[in-house]
Design a protein around this ligand. Structure first.
Ligand code: HEC
Length: 218
């Protein structure tokens, strides 16, 4: 008799059922999104690279390829484009060699705390240039100011030389201090930077590539 006057909005069983349905739906959505993200960010393989399959995070042997950075009108920002093969420190690196080199570079970047001054993939400090796309900075390429300054004839050798003796090469307003980086560690770091530049970061950092040397985000 009283029930006739009760609106659905004041019915406790209605809200209980709604809460159960919403929680259930949200859980399924979150599980689906988690697996989708894992798929998107999992590292590609050497076979992907050989077959021209584009992965957001290419495999370590991407260091054997040219990496370009091209405007995608569809996505409204630049995306890394993997090109022809090119020698890296004068050779082609096998899968295990490339993995080991990247591993050394990653450990060195942690041991020397590059993030204390630089930003890597959105993490770190803003004292020094963002390194996410440093490999693509035209200043390191043939004819670029930074490569010329080191007297080396390839991008990788120029960067490795700079990393071993940064205080000899004042490139911007601030100086990078000598961090006691060995020749092998420098090679690893350059591989690490090259691999990082090939990661599709949805156009991050935004201001990169508009003029020469803009990794310094000025
Ligand atoms: C104490 C702060 C500091 C630390 C730590 C540091 N850097 Fe730097 N780095 C700088 C500064 C400042 C510059 C700008 C250099 C200049 O003007 O000479 C720079 C410049 C660079 C550049 C040239 C950027 C460009 O324009 O392309 C690279 C590459 C680089 N650093 C890599 C590294 C790596 C790799 C590490 C870790 C092993 C590292 N840095 C650690 C301060 C630092």
């Amino acid at each position: 008799m009283e029930n006739e006057n009760l609106s659905v909005w004041t019915s406790i069983p209605f809200w209980r059922r709604s809460a159960a349905w919403v929680t259930g739906f949200a859980s399924i959505l979150l599980i689906w999104l988690t697996f989708d993200t894992l798929g998107q960010i999992s590292m590609g393989t050497d076979t992907d690279l050989k077959n021209g399959v584009t992965k957001r995070v290419p495999g370590p042997t991407v260091i054997n390829y040219q990496i370009g950075y091209e405007m995608s009108t569809k996505r409204g920002h630049e995306v890394p484009v993997i090109g022809e093969k090119e020698p890296f420190f004068g050779k082609e690196w096998s899968v295990t060699e490339a993995e080991d080199l990247l591993h050394l570079g990653k450990l060195t970047s942690q041991a020397k705390n590059c993030m204390n001054c630089h930003t890597l993939l959105g993490n770190g400090a803003y004292y020094a240039p963002d390194l996410t796309k440093a490999w693509l900075d035209p200043a390191w390429a043939d004819g670029g100011a930074l490569q010329g300054m080191t007297g080396k004839s390839t991008k990788e050798e120029a960067m490795a030389e700079f990393l071993q003796h940064p205080s000899q090469y004042p490139t911007h307003a601030r100086m990078m201090p000598d961090l006691g980086i060995t020749a092998d560690e420098a090679k690893g770091l350059v591989a690490f930077l090259k691999h990082m530049s090939s990661i599709d970061t949805n156009g991050f950092p935004r201001n990169f590539g508009k003029e020469e040397g803009t990794t310094n985000a000025k």
